[in-house]
Write a protein that binds this ligand. Structure first.
Ligand SMILES: CC(C)(COP(=O)(O)OP(=O)(O)OC[C@H]1O[C@@H](n2cnc3c(N)ncnc32)[C@H](O)[C@@H]1OP(=O)(O)O)[C@@H](O)C(=O)NCCC(=O)NCCS
Length: 276
């Protein structure tokens, strides 16, 4: 029977946190190795709370695993949970998950949420065992920009993201943690407005990197056909060769448009919630 020790993340440098992340996520479905700079960005954008993170060692001091926790008011988010390969299948994951839930409760959180890849059976079973409940499916969608329709699109203007916050409603469906307003304001997002064919103004929050435009939020004032919507995306993408959407909730009103436009589903996750 192993004995374990837990600590928060206050005593670690970002270099060390990157190492713990990389070790606990080794062999993951997709490579998600992070540098210290990427970890620091991730913590800033997602309000990862060092006090609420749980780092697990065994009694000999070997690193076992880590649960990262973001907090916003009374809401918490598990933004990374991993056990190093040597301790997988030993029961350690359930002990870490229980400790994460205990810390969340002790911190006064009323709920803890997370996303998990739909093919990650071990993680899903584990989260369900400690009380998380699947809420909905979240889709990762992508298309080559050249496959989007070409139609005349209105003038695109870059605006301050904060100037869109009074848009009502800002969200038509509840976003995932990393697409909530605090993340949009602290990430490297661009806010753009574009008119539809009838001169109604619509707005998009996007992020561009490595020739890919990721759509993070869609604020529509007009009723658009799939083709008109696709043409707006093509105009916004400009020289980006691909358009992607991460974690689009299955109930999003944009899903029928994405399907009609031929977007490919390249991953899917479950949104899980634990009421504390
Ligand atoms: C996910 C992770 C924490 C699970 O820990 P683990 O020690 O490997 O999990 P376990 O072996 O205890 O498996 C958990 C449950 O899933 C079951 N399981 C494991 N692999 C399975 C599979 N391929 N198919 C079906 N069930 C499976 C186990 O039998 C166990 O069920 P039980 O409680 O009924 O016995 C660990 O594998 C890990 O860190 N992976 C890399 C990072 C990662 O995926 N993190 C989650 C991100 S959301």
């Amino acid at each position: 029977m192993h004995e374990y020790r837990f600590s928060n993340a206050l005593g670690y440098t970002f270099e060390q946190l990157a190492d713990l992340h990389n070790r606990s996520f080794s062999g993951y479905f997709v490579p998600i190795t992070m540098s210290a700079a990427q970890v620091s960005d991730f913590w800033r954008v997602n309000q990862i709370d060092a006090n609420c993170c749980v780092v697990m060692h065994d009694s000999q001091g070997a690193f076992v695993g880590m649960a990262r926790m973001g907090t916003r008011g009374t809401h918490g988010w598990c933004g990374g949970f991993g056990i190093v390969p040597e301790f997988r299948g030993t029961g350690a994951s359930k002990i870490l998950a229980n400790e994460m839930v205990r810390v969340a409760k002790e911190s006064g959180l009323t709920q803890l949420q997370l996303e998990v890849l739909t093919q990650n059976t071990a993680a899903i079973k584990l989260y369900e065992r400690v009380g998380f409940v699947r809420q909905r499916r979240l889709l990762g969608l992508e298309i080559a920009t050249s496959d989007l329709p070409v139609e005349p699109a209105g003038l695109i203007n870059s605006v301050e993201l904060a100037s869109l916050l009074s848009w009502d409603p800002f969200y038509t469906v509840r976003p995932t943690w990393s697409l909530e307003i605090p993340s949009l304001l602290t990430g490297n997002s661009e806010a753009l407005t574009i008119a539809d064919p009838d001169d109604q103004l619509n707005a998009f929050i996007v992020r561009r990197a490595n020739g890919i435009m990721q759509i993070q939020a869609v604020l529509l004032r007009s009723q658009l056909t799939a083709s008109e919507y696709g043409a707006l995306l093509r105009a916004l993408a400009a020289d980006c060769s691909k358009v992607q959407i991460y974690n689009e909730p299955e109930e999003s009103p944009q899903i029928p448009h994405y399907k009609e436009l031929g977007f490919n589903e390249f991953f899917s996750q479950y949104d899980m919630l634990l009421k504390l």
